[in-house]
Write a protein that binds this ligand. Structure first.
Ligand code: ADP
Length: 676
């Protein structure tokens, strides 16, 4: 800290001493009050200026101190301060080195110019330079902070003082201005302002609510937007909580605030329910909040209020409750349905079973973990189940199969098992949802039905065979008598009885398949020959269709000739039956290394993609309005498929709705041991 002067007592010829005088009056006053005087960090300490330490004679010193050179040097040494003087009109009359450094003008080029030159055009327009001088004149000093312009047109934030300069008669002679460049500080302050604004913005718009309650009445002092959203738009600031939000009464909020205020202990609450009237005059709405109440202390450490901040978690709580409720409903449902229900992860590992599963199997969750379910499977069917299940997991296709499951009583019962994949939003499988339905009763009913069918068809077979024989006899009798009309009628009866026999035989076959009693009398024969035989037999029943035949030289097969004829007949009669508006059928045989394939193509109604896999099922028939157009029981393809399966072959169909179908079967060939 450097005291520039103690006192000035010279005549006021040169303007600088005026400035000095004014400053020093202030400094003197401050010094007397024990305060620090104005300091000028840019000036170097010059002990030689001290009247007490100078060794020169007092007269010499006094003369020097009163000289222009002395003051010029002094003012020039204020390098960090711009100091200049003007006359009454504002024309610059002196210019120190600090002014040159700050504003860029040399003393020579600025003296005689109006001080307006260092003001911004905006300030000049507002007559600020003149107003500044007027203020200094009337008040004895003018304090100002504003933007100024350098010689190179750049701007800086100047902070300074303007003083009037008076002669010994107190007559105004001009002005002096002292100024510092405080641009950095100005920038720093404006940065601080910006930061402050940002912080206020963050606070105002923070998702968390924030309130400062002051005093024992919990008067709202600061409230952010999130809090207004929680309690509705109402007048809060400056009001006690109970007056601003009367519905808080009896909800424990005031009690909690009192507790924090009285004990100084922080309070925390999670998902605390409260009722608030969000709309004036509206109903009370239930809200849930997570909050923290903290004591607000002053600099002496005494508690003056409470800071409350937290989150409105109403939506989350309600959403979770909904999920919990849905979960409860789901569990109640799945635990009370007769089906066994379970869920597996994407890898097929089962992680949850309903209580029905545990009830039926008598197992525990520990035993069932992962792939533990295998223990309740029949070892005979388990390998097939595993193959199919793994295939589904790999392909993402639903699983469906009937297999037995062992009950807690040790009895195996048949279950229809269906498993569907569950996909996430991106279509990725993340769960498998499975149900096992006990079909013991259905199976039993099916067995009873099969038994009934078996029994009735068996019972029907004998009388129908007898009728067939008599019809033949009668026809022969009438023909021998020359009564052709009666003979033709008998022939028609014979044809119908043949159809009836065919239906009865189909039903009997189903019974045989069902009970595993279908017998095969295998012999070696030429496959093409067999097909030719069937074609000959059917030639009369398809007068409108031309059958185009492509025989590939086939090997002999070792199979049941009658049964195979049954399959070929079924393919050709279906092709005729289901292409009533077409006139062509293409039949092909093809021999490969290990098997023979027969295909029958028609150009009829075809089968939709969805139905193609059903046509080999028992009793499956054309659905829709064509159901009654085509006679049949829906057993032909089922029996054919069973026959081909038993022969170790394969049966399939390719079809396009409205364009026709191609039915195929392939059976293995074997070496002709008899050398035929
Ligand atoms: P049925 O002919 O007595 O109904 P099938 O078992 O032979 O019984 O055939 C089952 C079903 O398959 C038929 O009802 C029909 O819907 C369909 N189907 C069979 N062959 C063809 C074919 N060539 N073209 C179109 N649909 C067919």
């Amino acid at each position: 800290m450097i005291y520039l002067f103690y006192k000035v007592d010279q005549t006021l010829l040169y303007p600088i001493p005026y400035l000095e005088a004014n400053y020093l009056v202030d400094m003197e006053n401050q010094r007397k009050k024990g305060e620090d005087t104005l300091s000028f960090p840019g000036i170097k300490k010059r002990k030689s200026f001290s009247p007490l330490t100078n060794k020169k004679s007092a007269v010499e010193q006094k003369n020097f101190r009163l000289s222009d050179a002395f003051f010029k040097q002094l003012v020039d040494s204020l390098e960090d301060y711009c100091v200049f003087t003007t006359d009454i009109e504002g024309i610059i009359s002196s210019w120190n080195s600090g002014a040159q450094k700050l504003l860029g003008y040399s003393e020579k080029e600025i003296i005689g110019k109006n001080a307006e030159i260092i003001f911004t055009p905006e300030d000049r327009k507002l007559k600020t330079p003149q107003l500044e001088l007027n203020e200094a004149k009337s008040k004895g000093r003018g304090l100002n902070e504003r933007w100024h312009v350098r010689k190179n047109k750049t701007r800086f934030w100047g902070s300074g003082l303007v003083f009037p300069l008076k002669d010994e008669n107190k007559k105004l002679q001009g002005f002096t201005k002292i100024m510092r460049d405080l641009t950095e500080r100005k920038n720093y302050i404006s940065e601080l302002e910006t930061e402050k604004k940002k912080l206020i913005n963050i606070f105002e718009n923070a998702p968390a609510f924030f309130v400062i309650f002051r005093g024992k009445d919990h008067v709202f002092e600061i409230v952010n937007n999130a809090y207004y959203q929680l309690v509705g738009d109402r007048d809060l600031i400056g009001k006690p909580l109970i007056k601003a939000i009367p519905e808080v009464k009896g909800q424990g909020i005031i009690e909690a605030l009192n507790h924090v205020l009285n004990t100084g202990k922080m309070m925390r609450g999670n998902e605390i329910a409260g009722k608030v009237q969000c709309i004036a005059g509206g109903p009370l709405e239930e809200k849930f909040v997570n909050f923290i109440y903290q004591p607000l202390t002053n600099h002496k450490g005494s508690i003056e209020g409470v800071i409350a901040h937290g989150y409105d978690v109403t939506e989350q709580v309600l959403a979770r409750r909904e999920v919990e409720e849905t979960g409860n409903r789901f569990h109640t449902l799945v635990d009370n349905i007769p089906n066994l229900v379970w869920m597996a992860d994407e890898s097929g590992s089962i992680f949850w079973y309903n209580s029905g599963w545990y009830r039926y199997t008598g197992t525990t969750s520990e035993q069932m973990e992962g792939w533990g379910w295998q223990s309740v499977h029949d070892p005979n069917t388990l390998p097939e189940v595993l193959v199919k299940w793994r295939l589904s997991i790999a392909s993402g296709e639903p699983f469906e199969m009937v297999f037995p499951l062992k009950g807690a009583d040790g009895v195996f019962r048949p279950f229809l098992t269906r498993v569907i994949p569950i996909q996430d939003n991106e279509g990725k499988i993340f769960r498998w949802f499975g149900t096992n339905t006990d079909i013991t009763k259905q199976k039993e009913l099916e067995r009873l039905k099969d038994d009934f069918l078996g029994m009735t068809s068996h019972e029907l077979k004998t009388p129908v065979t007898v009728i067939k024989a008599y019809a033949q006899l009668l026809e022969d009798f009438f023909r021998s008598k020359g009564d052709n009309e009666a003979a033709d009628r008998c022939s028609k009866m014979h044809i119908q009885v043949n159809k009836l026999t065919g239906l009865i035989e189909d039903l009997l076959d189903v019974t045989k398949i069902q009970s595993g009693k279908m017998n095969f009398n295998n012999t070696y024969f030429d496959f093409n020959e067999l097909v030719k035989e069937v074609l000959e037999q059917l030639s009369s029943i398809a007068p409108n269709h031309r059958i185009e035949v492509h025989f590939h030289k086939t090997k002999k097969v070792f199979a049941d000739r009658k049964r195979l004829r049954q399959v070929v007949t079924n393919f050709i009669t279906n092709a005729i039956k289901y292409s009533p508006h077409a006139d062509k059928i293409i039949l092909k045989t093809k021999a490969a290394k290990a098997d023979i394939t027969l295909s029958v193509r028609d150009f009829g109604m075809g089968i939709s993609k969805d139905n193609q896999e059903n046509v080999f099922e028992k009793f499956y028939r054309v659905t829709g309005n064509q159901k009654n157009t085509f006679p049949g029981l829906g057993l032909g393809l089922y029996i054919s498929a069973e026959i081909i399966k038993c022969m170790g072959g394969k049966i399939w169909v390719e079809s396009k709705e409205g364009q026709g179908s191609i039915f195929y079967f392939a059976i293995p060939t074997v070496e002709d041991k008899k050398g035929e």
